[in-house]
Design a protein around this ligand. Sequence first.
Ligand code: ZN
Length: 158
Amino acid sequence: MAVVKYHKETCSRCGGSGEHSYNQLTGSVCFKCHGAKEVTSKIGMKAREFATSILEDTLENFINDGTQLVKMRNGRQRYFHFDTYTKEEEPMGNYLVGGVPRQTFKYTFFRKGKEVPALNVISQDYHDKRPIRKIPTTEQVQEISNYQDKLLARRRRK
Ligand SMILES: [Zn+2]
């Protein structure tokens, strides 16, 4: 699978050594680049924002017939992939929000027929508005790379 390589630049904190003056917490590893010696540049960040703008959607727009693989964050802010989900029609129950009863529904997520327990949730209807992130197609990877290349070319001309 094609992946976008976001533009990087030498870490300004350690000057590309990956190390910095010793401290007890992190030792001598540079805590800006975590020893990687480079960090995503401003242009790389812009390309990443562009990627988000074309790859982010909400659960209500998900195709949900097993043909689309997407990822979604769970409560712990980690991403998990899924290709189908079910929402039980029978409400799980009501609970009061400001004195108003709200129905909750059981959502179950699957990948290749196997449950993805980390994503399963009992939630109100607003769960349908949850952001999902599409896996970029080869064309979209190309589109994002082109966008980044254009920004880089523009910078070089300055
Ligand atoms: Zn560094």
